[in-house]
Design a protein around this ligand. Sequence first.
Ligand code: NPG
Length: 375
Amino acid sequence: MSIEMFRLHLINMPLVRPFRTSFGTELVREVLIVEAISSGGTSGWAECAASSWPGYSSEYTAGVIDVMTDHLIPALRETTMAAEPEEVRAALDVIRGHPMAKTAIATSMLDVWLRERGQSMASFLGSTRTEVDCGVSVGIPTTETLSELLDEVGIYVDAGYRRIKLKIEPGWDVEPVAAVRARWPEMPLQVDANQAYTRADAAQLAKLDEFDLLLIEQPLPEEDWLGHRLLAEVCTTPICMDESILSVASAESALEFGSATIINIKPGRVGSYLTARDIHDMCMARNSPVWCGGMLETGVGRAANLALAALPNFTLPGDTSASNRYYAVDITEPFVLQDGRLPVPQGPGIGVEPVPELLADFRIWRRDIAISTGF
Ligand code: NPG
């Protein structure tokens, strides 16, 4: 088996409602879908987590396309690897950084590899569940009103989501959390600041302690390990890291240094589903819970994330919401919430494929990169 070509599909997916975070607002998700095509004609599919602009991290779609074309795919071409997933990871890791681009290339190849073996990604990664508990991430309302927030949260509570995550930023934190907590006293609740605070905000963040939150996610800049630890000393709410976690080493450092007690695992941020699994294993050995983050994925990225979230130490509900929380029409068969859970795909590879007509409908650009990796 050899990969003969990568086909990059750039699509524009309108969100059902704007998604506002402390770093910006998305109305339409620009999504890069990677298709790896083997000599046997099997297509493997992956979704790149990058956004169109470098607001969440330094990666962005146009940069991803460049690094894939100029560096990552050529790095594969130069190797004599046999396409074992570990060898693909090692070949791509010759290039520094660019984890979202690497994850997309590696996952498309892994999907081919698994499909040709008839094995599901869930079983390959070591899943122990056939369905996963789902949470939902609620953006800052564009009107900045509590009524809009409560209306949106109400929709998700009624839909059966098992955990609510509120986006916060300076000026939008204690009041919205208090309002949601007052309306839903029993609902598992957490917040995400996307690095919007500074060490000087510790007292403000500690005011959130009275609302019985599961965690505060990434309150401080990603490189501020000491700041997170100092914050953990003044807050009783557990601190969780997202943007800071790029590897097993950074996750282990976070736990060991006391910067965080809970890790959000996003495969795109760590360069590979194999590394995501390794972080899971390390955290499990330390009795530290993990949960699966989300990047507003279509069904392609969601399927792979659900396979990961089915591993045993994903004990907190993830940002793995149903298709209709994001898109009126998904590019795969939609994922539908059932009793607050989503099923883990069990078919070969990621277990889903884009519907060709829908992929074509949403596509704005396509590029073929022919290669032979020699395996
Ligand atoms: O449900 O996929 C989802 C969204 C979860 O909040 C979420 N993602 O900071 O984690 C994040 C945020 C995000 C989304 C970041 C898109 C960047 C782009």
